[in-house]
Design a protein around this ligand. Structure first.
Ligand SMILES: Cc1cc2nc3c(=O)[nH]c(=O)nc-3n(C[C@H](O)[C@H](O)[C@H](O)COP(=O)(O)O)c2cc1C
Length: 186
C-alpha cells in the first residue's frame, strides 16, 4: 500500500471525558479529549487544557481534579460544558456533584466512572497546561461492575473520533495474550 504524508495531523480516537474542578469555590466542568493514563505505579493520568480556559486556575489552586467518564446518556450535556466557559456561564448546576471525605473536587454523579486525581506536576507547554495527576480514588457504579471489575460494555464509554461521539466497539482481541503465540523460544 502506498502511504501519503498528510501533514502533522493528529489522527485516531480519543476518550471524551468531563473534568470537574472547584473554581473560585464553585463546581466547574470542562470537556476534554486530551486525557489518558501515564503510569501504573503509582497510577497516574494526564489531562491537557488550553491556558485560555477557566478551569486551569481552579485545578492549580486546589491541587485536585476529577476525570469523569460519561456514558452515551449525557453526551448533550458533555458537549455543552465543552462549548461554554465558566468565565461567562455558571456550569455548576449542569451535573449533580459528589465529593470524597476531603471535599477537594467535585465528581459527577451522572457519570458511571469517576477518577479523583491529586496534581503531581504541571507541565507548561506552549498554550497548554498539562496536569499530571496521581489517582487517589476511583468510583464506579455498582451496576457497571462484573466480578468486581469495571465492565466497559456496561459503562458504555463514549469516544471522540473524527469529530463524532462514538460508542466503544466490539472486542477484537485479548491484551497480553493474543501475541503470545508469536513469541519464539517459549
Ligand atoms: C469534545 C470536546 C473536546 C475538548 N477537548 C479539549 C481538550 O482536550 N483541551 C482543551 O483545552 N479544551 C478542550 N475542549 C474545549 C473546552 O471544553 C471548552 O473550551 C470549555 O468551554 C472550557 O471551559 P472553561 O473555560 O469553563 O474551563 C473540548 C471541547 C469539546 C466539545
Amino acid at each position: 500500500m502506498t502511504k501519503r504524508n498528510i501533514g502533522n495531523m493528529r489522527v485516531g480516537i480519543s476518550p471524551s471525558v468531563i473534568v470537574g474542578a472547584l473554581v473560585n469555590g464553585k463546581e466547574n466542568y470542562i470537556t476534554l479529549g486530551q486525557c489518558s493514563g501515564l503510569s501504573m505505579n503509582p497510577p497516574m493520568m494526564y489531562i491537557s487544557i488550553n491556558k485560555v480556559h477557566y478551569t486551569n486556575d481552579g485545578i492549580k489552586e486546589n491541587g485536585y481534579f476529577s476525570i469523569n467518564i460519561p456514558s452515551d446518556k449525557i453526551v448533550q450535556k458533555m458537549d455543552y460544558v465543552g462549548l461554554v466557559s465558566g468565565r461567562e456561564v455558571d456550569k455548576s448546576g449542569v451535573f449533580t456533584p459528589f465529593y470524597d471525605e476531603d471535599g477537594k473536587t467535585p465528581m459527577i454523579e451522572e457519570c458511571p466512572v469517576n477518577i479523583l486525581c491529586k496534581v503531581y506536576q504541571v507541565v507548561d507547554l506552549p498554550n497548554y497546561d498539562v496536569f499530571f495527576g496521581e489517582i487517589v480514588g476511583t468510583y464506579v457504579n455498582e451496576d457497571c461492575l462484573t466480578d468486581d471489575k469495571p465492565d466497559m460494555k456496561k459503562i458504555n464509554q463514549v469516544f471522540l473520533s473524527g469529530g463524532k461521539y462514538c460508542y466503544v466497539g466490539e472486542e477484537c482481541g485479548t491484551a497480553f495474550s493474543d501475541g503470545r503465540s508469536l513469541i519464539k523460544d517459549k
